[in-house]
Design a protein around this ligand. Structure first.
Ligand code: SAH
Length: 356
């Protein structure tokens, strides 16, 4: 069958991986089947991670055939893998409508971490970021976020223990789908990844962050701050025109109060822009009374985007100045620097979106 016709046919089918456990039960009932079928199906899809109905051997051939007619089960497909010397792998994933996103697998001693995309493109416009070139195309469905993790676990045969929402897109700009995704990912009837091992990184949509805290999920929050004051932040992150640093800090305090956990601030160091002693001093004052941790990221320069990477000496100086003020700091370990590690670069290389 012609690829385009196949894609259109798939788009009108129901995406069964999008159904949470309760929705799966309703769906099964609507097909005139008994409740226990929902458990079987949910397990095949979310625990055993099969990619076709054919593999569901405890389900009758007839029922499998009618599911196949009505539903799709493979929301994303790996179309390219880049392997780094350090074991990091970057995946280009294709969605049913032809759009592509990126995911990264990082291997640590404590387990495998997968960094996923939450949107096709991004509308936040951060000046140094590759993902925002071309703007936002669309939000990802929960199935498309789950699918990135399932595909990686399935193809490597190794359990994914940590998930980071730090790929293409702004997770809080796709709020409902991201919340549903987190619930499904941590559901013990599915992959059962502990919410503690899920990190959501946001450029600071303050209202949505407060709303998220009220959901009482046990996830870890990271804020992309990148500047110690609003004037500089507005220059590098257009979202700062809508939310001030104080709006964000207020939401962070609420998170810390409600969860008793510390918050992470990400700070990408751009040479001569935000890596000077005055910036470190201001940042230390800003964060002095917060239960937090700062993760310094030497900029990964992207062709055509703003900025150069800070020198090692500047990164170390910045770190020391914060530490002297009693702030907890780490420098992000660079992984996959020999592949297109900055998110959005691989997708841009592949014709900036739809790959045909
Ligand atoms: N939209 C979310 C998550 C995606 S970006 C957010 O803003 O947090 C993940 C992190 O990588 C963010 O801190 C982002 O600012 C940072 N980042 C993006 N491009 C980068 C680059 N070229 N070099 C260094 N950090 C980058």
């Amino acid at each position: 069958m012609d690829g385009d016709i196949l894609a259109k046919e798939l788009l009108v089918k129901k995406d069964i991986m999008n159904l949470d456990y309760e929705e799966m039960e309703e769906f099964i009932h609507s097909m005139g089947e008994k409740t226990f079928r929902a458990k079987q199906l949910y397990e095949w899809i979310h625990k055993k991670l099969v990619c076709s109905f054919d593999e569901m051997t405890n389900i009758s051939k007839e029922f499998r055939a009618s599911l196949d007619k009505k539903c799709t089960i493979e929301s994303v497909r790996i179309i390219q893998i880049q392997k780094s010397k350090d074991g990091t792998r970057k995946y280009l994933m294709q969605l049913l409508d032809g759009n592509t996103v990126e995911s990264v697998l990082m291997k640590y001693k404590h387990g495998n971490s997968v960094c996923i995309s939450t949107q096709v493109g991004c509308r936040m416009g951060c000046k140094f970021c590759a993902s925002t070139v071309g703007g936002l195309i669309r939000n990802l469905e929960p199935s498309e976020m789950l699918g990135q993790i399932y595909q990686i676990q399935h193809t490597t045969g190794e359990r994914v223990s940590n998930v980071i929402l730090m790929g293409i897109g702004e997770p809080l700009d796709n709020y409902e789908n991201v919340v549903k995704f987190i619930k499904m990912l941590s559901d013990e009837r599915g992959l059962n990844i502990s919410q503690r091992n899920i990190t959501l990184s946001t450029c600071g949509l303050a209202e949505k962050l407060t709303e998220l805290v009220d959901k009482h999920l046990g996830i870890t929050i990271a804020i992309s701050l990148h500047a110690p004051d609003d004037v500089l932040r507005k220059e590098i992150m257009p979202v700062a025109k809508k939310y001030s640093i104080q709006d964000i800090i207020k939401a962070c305090r609420y998170y810390i109060e409600q969860t008793g956990r510390r918050i992470t601030f990400e700070y990408s160091l751009i040479e001569g822009v935000n890596d000077m002693p005055e910036h470190a001093r201001k940042l230390a004052i800003l964060l002095s009374s917060l239960n937090c941790h700062v993760n310094l990221i030497p900029l990964n320069p992207v062709n055509g985007r703003m900025g150069h990477r800070s020198s090692r000496a500047n990164v170390e100086r910045f770190k020391l100045m914060l530490e002297k003020k009693g702030i907890n700091v780490t420098i992000r370990r660079e992984m996959g620097s020999d592949i297109d590690a900055a998110c959005g670069q691989l997708r841009n290389k592949n014709k900036g979106g739809k790959s045909t």
